[in-house]
Design a protein around this ligand. Sequence first.
Ligand SMILES: Nc1nc2c(ncn2[C@@H]2O[C@H](COP(=O)(O)OP(=O)(O)OP(=O)(O)O)[C@@H](O)[C@H]2O)c(=O)[nH]1
Length: 695
Amino acid sequence: MPPAMDINKLRNIGIIAHIDAGKTTTTERVLFYAGESHKMGEVDDGTTITDFDPQEQEKGITIRAAAITFQWKPKEMWINLIDTPGHVDFTAEVERSLRVLDGGVVIFSGMEGVEAQSETVWHQADHYRVPRICFINKLDRIGADFFRVHDEVVERLGAKTIPLQLPIGKEKDFIGVIDLITRQAYYFEPGELGKKMTKEPIPEEMVDEAELWREKMLETIAEADDELAELYLEGEELSEERIRAGVRTATIEHRMTPVLCGSSLKFIGVQPLLDAIADYLPSPLEVPPVEGDDPKTEKKLLRHPKDEEPFCALLFKIQADQHDELGFLRIYSGTLKPSTRVLNATRNRKENITRLWRIRADERQKVDLAHAGDIVGVVGLKDSITGDTLTDQRSPVILEHIVFPDTVISMSIEPESSGDRQKLEHILALMEKEDPTFRARTSEETGETLISGMGELHLEVVVERIRRDFKVNLRTGKPRVSYRETVRGTARAKGTCDRQTAAGAMFGEVEVELSPLPRVAKEDETLETFRFVDQSRSENVPPELLAVVAEELKEECLSGGLAGYPLTGIQATLLSVGYREGESNEQAYRFATAAAVRQALSDAGVDILEPIMKVEVSTPEDYVGDITADFASRRVMIHELGQRGPLRIVVAHAPLREMFGYSTTLRSHSQGRATYSMEPLTYEPVPDELAKQMY
Ligand SMILES: Nc1nc2c(ncn2[C@@H]2O[C@H](COP(=O)(O)OP(=O)(O)OP(=O)(O)O)[C@@H](O)[C@H]2O)c(=O)[nH]1
């Protein structure tokens, strides 16, 4: 690493896509061509570098995001690559990564096209305003079609695309790509694992088609680039540099998305993809400054990617193993050296950063000074968790907090050997720190430990990790749905505490109204679990006692409802607070608030809610009948029946409790040929029959 990294030449990039679209394979190729690894790994043999977790290798999916730094020498670029997981059970990982990326490569399968997860991830990337390049992969597969998938990207994602390449040949005869800017055909030597790329004239039979697409490309760029439009209309020959500059600006300004193609498995198209990352995606200096809040005044503050500004970074990931915890920081402003005391502005705690590391494919490299815009791994943090802001001690700022969805599933676990109980507690605390969508709780009454998360696979992976990495064998219960409760209607109630105690009189009086919040989230929003509104205008009550009432109200509202499940989607309005000088104290208000909430809950009534999932199945036509018939027998509502290329798509809304073990069922209904994805959509009241059994 050069002593002063030129941040202009840095790209913070993530590869984002639907599960199995080929992220890991593409990353492998990228690291190999960049000279980071001398042996090419294959997902199918379990030898990839990014999937260094043995469990990931077994499952063949990238579960834990790993940040890797490498150099792309042909363009003299440094790239921080964050490999994001594609499975929806790990959405939090994707969101976290998107927050810190300056640009993304979205990989689509040339066969399956735009799948449910691609859509989710695409909209998340819109939300975080991440400029993107599309890579249509797997064009060597039977049924793959570049043009069909390109049209889907336009129609289903609403993307304004600029195709910069065309495939040469189809399916097993797919042999290379045409670059519309250089007007050349690129071929990749399979004998050399694609390392050798040759540039040749466009095959004669494709010249006309290529010219047509080149014209389309130039017209599209001209729409976003007035100067280029003028030159183009005047019939001027546009230089390659000028065209690239147009594509770059349009991409960075979110006006367009370049589209490339290839087959990572067959070594086709990966080097041009790396060039495109360098050419079209922004450096940290080209993205807008981040905005945060001054923790004291709550005023908005901006942090620019400049070394001279005070240090400010987001802790976007903690990775723990048996030895230590590595925190991954995105530095937004200022610089960071080892042995520095910083402030965790989110928690108002001081922290020591002892060492800095840059993570190469499979090793750590010491860093003496990290600059604004960079991503580094740090050691030494004690009390910080994912999503916290770390800053210079004198210039605190809190960056926008990431909101994570509620967990939907839980499972009891128990160490096989009781000697491991304490160790397990420690491991679970660590894992909670790493993953904000994972929770662990031990019941004081029963001693049972419950872990909860975003889906069956999520919990399966956690249990596997505890067994394998931390060497604690576990007994596990069956997965259970995480039910919630919410108020059914609106009710007001007053709680009073008016007692004589040995210490003197005790008085507190609190009147509240409980009402339900909307249950369907808007696009890109997470459902609100609790909202507090103060209408009490209690001027004579000391503010510290009012704060106690607000705190107790929240605690009561979020703890168990009438059937013992956590409450959600509830608005608590504080209507009035009664006060008596010398008698009103903290304890009295806690009693009064709890009593008011219990009474209001009982008057309003509660609904038990269950998580409803959005399920998308893609299947060959032959199995649609069996799949929909099976859904009909499971309280599953079919929402949409569509067609994507050769495959039928069934979109359904299903209660999670009906979907346990669905992968096995689907396999048997489709001879293993259908696939599905599932993500939390909303909560709905459970049917009365079921609810009766739950009280
Ligand atoms: N035919 C073909 N298969 C490919 C291509 N790229 C990847 N694959 C295969 O597709 C499967 C999934 O590839 P991965 O690279 O693991 O996909 P991924 O997107 O990283 O998947 P997750 O890590 O699970 O999210 C593997 O069996 C790969 O060998 C390609 O270009 N062509």
